[in-house]
Design a protein around this ligand. Sequence first.
Ligand code: FAD
Ligand code: SF4
Ligand code: SF4
Ligand code: SF4
Length: 383
Amino acid sequence: MENISRIKEKCVGCKSCEQSCPKSCISMKENEEGFWYPVIDEKNCVECKLCLKKCPVENIEFHRNKPKEVWAWRNKNDEDIMRSASGGAADSAAKAVLQMGGVVYGAAYDEHLMVSHIEVLDDVERKRIQSSKYVQSDLKDSYMKAKQRLLEGKIVLFTGTPCQIAGLYAFLGGDQKNLYTVDLICHGVPSPKFFKKYLEYQSKQMADRVIYFNFRSKDKRGWGTQYLLKTKTKTKTKTLSLDRYGTHFMDGDCYRESCYQCGYANMSRVGDLTVGDFWGIAKSHPEINSPKGVSSVFVNTEKGKHFFEMIQSFAEVKETTLEEGMVKQHNLISPTIRPCQRDSFYKTIDEPDFIERLRVGLRLKERIKGLIPTKIIQKLKSL
Ligand SMILES: Cc1cc2nc3c(=O)[nH]c(=O)nc-3n(C[C@H](O)[C@H](O)[C@H](O)COP(=O)(O)OP(=O)(O)OC[C@H]3O[C@@H](n4cnc5c(N)ncnc54)[C@H](O)[C@@H]3O)c2cc1C
Ligand code: SF4
Ligand code: SF4
Ligand code: SF4
């Protein structure tokens, strides 16, 4: 039939089609691996093809732009930068839009630590979308809500992975006057089911329920890839690459199938701004480097340029070259390569000891690096 069923494994799970079907015959269902895909009630489908029109996979060239400027960004607010993944650029964008009376959409944990996009209206909620959650965020009905807010004349900021931003533009039918978007440099997303199983495993290990998780904690070693989890009475910090979940997230053998053919892993960007970790900053501009983190901000559109000027006062900034911003950013050139281990990764996900049986990173170099404070690593790099 002439509908969304032809997208298959290219589907990024944005839910735009589900939110658009006039006959409500699309529902998003989890597959065995735990990723959402559309399922169509064929007998009610009238083949209007609206779902195809609203799908970012069918409309890949929606709102694509080459970066015009690249900046290093270090949020001036100490609390905000410490709670952010890198230099708190996405957070500054959110703060600015809220101060203008606007609405922000971003990824947050719920009470069970499952990740979904929420609507943010104040500073308390803004804190919930700070930092990276390395799992696919459930967009739920956030495109519909954003559309409603735009119709009300509100300023809207939407943050997310590039495919989520592309899904929003497809859903809205193009750019809108009061809409600003920030996409992330993205190497792929594991399934929410994998993350859920992992949290259950951690709760068992800690003999209590995990109630807090931060993939990018800076408390112990500063800017890097250390996670911090908490139960009511205990805390645990570890380097991601040495962890059962983190190893596989870093190695890329657990991503959604669409991530290995990602149409956004290049320099044709979707968002008005693109943000990432400025990993090469210690070498290229040590004067702005910080153990609290530095973001790279790619200004992709004229609107993005205007927006950057509006939010710039929240940070110390330094203009850089495109090449400097691209250091260690493979996903600005091409998608993550699909390793052969991906074939079998999710095969045993429903078995009770799935997490226990996962390979843990034992790479010596990473282990030694994990023991050295980030400050010293950055000093060594700058030499
Ligand atoms: C799955 C994933 C893969 C990434 N891969 C890379 C990479 O390869 N290289 C790189 O430089 N950076 C990558 N990032 C981005 C990086 O982790 C930081 O988010 C980025 O540097 C911005 O940091 P910040 O301090 O400006 O953001 P903060 O101020 O901490 O704000 C975080 C922002 O990220 C959004 N966000 C958090 N989790 C998710 C999620 N699961 N889905 C959608 N949006 C989310 C929030 O809505 C918020 O706007 C990735 C992020 C994610 C979520
Ligand atoms: S073709 Fe039309 S009716 Fe059929 S699933 Fe798509 S949007 Fe719904
Ligand atoms: S990419 Fe989005 S719109 Fe396209 S089929 Fe998947 S969920 Fe539907
Ligand atoms: S790698 Fe591409 S397809 Fe996968 S989540 Fe990121 S932007 Fe979406």
